[in-house]
Design a protein around this ligand. Structure first.
Ligand SMILES: O=C(O)CC[C@@H](O)C(=O)O
Ligand SMILES: [Zn+2]
Length: 466
């Protein structure tokens, strides 16, 4: 049967409104939040795991790739098809159950991240992973990218909260994966839909901290800021959140919202300490404050939750603020050892300067996770230059013992850099796992894995199994 015939049959089996076939309808499923992909051949909107099975089997019969998709709030192209594909969009799989006795949530892939904590709150529980997109992103997408967020310094990333997964494999078989020996669930986390489609997750919930205190600190140099962070952590502080903004980032947010941020500063830190005992929370923030002041920081404490919310508004507004400077951006997500941070920030600035693009750096400094953003205008700027600079920034991270992604995944954007990030034997091990679980290379091809011949590649060679 032809590809069109196969998907028309899928539409008849699942019902008309669950399968989109018209090019105009499929077009909007080619993007994530900032990356472009190829228009899908068809889009399935499953409501049950059985619908997902049918979709995967139809794609197999048609001989086309399958690309899973949550809310497409990702930034590395994970959900943007690299080739004409069948997209499985999970937005209708939103069943969510809270099991308070077990401190668990059972969430289908399309459940919005924040909805888990909202549903858990009446039971005195919460779900800590808090990617910036948590109001729109889905659990399935978070699992695919192993998303983090400001709270992950103290509380850990998405994968730390997974107790079990349900997934549909490349053949359309359903699996129930738990943690432990042969941690197949762990293998699926962060695999960007290249090993299977996660359809449901059993997530660990925790009681929320009863008290939180917030402070902001500004520094005259990134070196002083990085030294302050190291000193606070060495002194025993484990803040719930520890976020960094460079001067360009402070300026971008100030231009956007005029919040009264210190424009003269070279670096800004935002810190939350939390816990159940107010005295302990206060003691931890005092440790942080003393370390910051000793490093030359100007510290401002929030006196109440309203002031704390106002301080955090600055950090939450970074992404929208960037859109006002240039219409497009290339977002990096490197993670480097904390000891290297100041040097990495400076080197990235130096590497970027000759290109002339506005460059903004911010991120989850407690984890050494930085988001250097290259801002550009696709009507005027050369995309090859943007890509080249992104590559050079990635190389700075690798030179300093870092990795390409802390939380956004590799996707299509950073795949070309992967051969430099993993050694050939590790690349071969990745491919051995991929070949074992997806021998035909049908699941989200041309993402994450370095091209088979482990050598630096600048472009993509999009063919199934590449
Ligand atoms: O939009 C971005 O560049 C980063 C998004 C997110 O990871 C954040 O930390 O705010
Ligand atoms: Zn982030």
């Amino acid at each position: 049967m032809t590809v069109t015939g196969e998907f028309a049959r899928l539409q008849r089996r699942l019902g008309g409104d669950k399968v989109l076939l018209r090019p105009a309808e499929c077009s909007s499923y080619r993007y994530d939040a900032i990356q472009f992909g190829t228009r899908p051949l068809a889009v399935v909107l499953p409501e049950t795991v059985e619908d997902v099975v049918e979709a995967v089997r139809a794609a197999r019969a048609a001989g086309v790739p399958v690309v899973g998709r949550g809310a497409a709030s990702g930034l590395s192209g994970g959900a943007a098809p690299a080739q004409p594909s069948l997209v499985v969009s999970f937005t209708r799989m939103t069943s969510l159950r809270i099991l308070p006795q077990r401190r668990e949530a059972v969430a289908q892939a399309g459940v919005v991240t924040l909805a888990v904590s909202e549903a858990a709150r009446p039971y005195g529980l919460m779900y800590p992973p808090d990617p910036a997109s948590l109001r729109t992103s889905t659990i399935g997408g978070n699992l695919g990218e192993n998303a983090g967020g400001p709270l992950c310094f103290k509380y850990g990333v998405t994968g730390d909260y997974v107790k079990a997964l349900q997934m549909v494999d490349a053949e359309g078989e359903i699996h129930h994966l738990s943690r432990g020996a042969y941690d197949l669930a762990g293998l699926l986390i962060g695999s960007e839909g290249t090993l299977g489609l996660i359809t449901e997750a059993t997530l660990r919930l925790v009681p929320p901290a009863q008290h939180t205190l917030t402070l902001q600190a500004s520094f005259g140099s990134v070196e002083a800021c990085a030294a302050a962070v190291s000193a606070a952590i060495s002194a025993g502080a484990v803040p719930a959140k520890l976020e960094f903004m460079d001067a360009a980032c402070i300026g971008a947010v100030e231009d956007y919202l005029n919040l009264g941020l210190p424009r003269h500063a070279a670096a800004l830190l935002l810190v939350d300490s939390d816990g159940d005992d107010p005295a302990q929370v206060e003691a931890e923030l005092a440790v942080v404050e003393a370390a910051f002041r000793a490093a030359g920081g100007e510290v401002r404490r929030a006196r109440n939750p309203q002031e704390a919310a106002a301080l955090w508004q600055a950090r939450r507004s970074v992404s929208p603020a960037l859109g006002r400077i240039r219409p497009a951006r290339m977002n990096e997500d490197i993670a480097v050892p904390r000891s290297q941070l100041a040097q990495v920030v400076a080197e990235i600035q130096a590497v970027a300067a000759p290109y002339g693009f506005p460059l903004v750096q911010f991120g989850h400094i407690g984890d050494g996770n930085l988001h250097p953003n290259i801002l550009f205008d696709p009507r005027q700027d050369d995309p090859a230059q943007v890509h080249e600079l992104a590559h050079r920034i990635a190389q700075v991270a690798l030179r300093h013992g870092g990795v390409l992604s802390g939380e956004h995944g590799i996707g299509s954007m950073k795949r070309a850099f992967m051969a430099e990030a993993v050694d050939p034997s590790t690349a071969a091990a990745y491919w051995a796992v991929k070949d074992a679980l997806d021998p035909a290379g049908r699941l989200n091809p041309a993402k994450l894995l370095p091209p088979r011949a482990a050598r630096p590649v600048r472009g993509e060679e999009p063919h199934v199994g590449a």
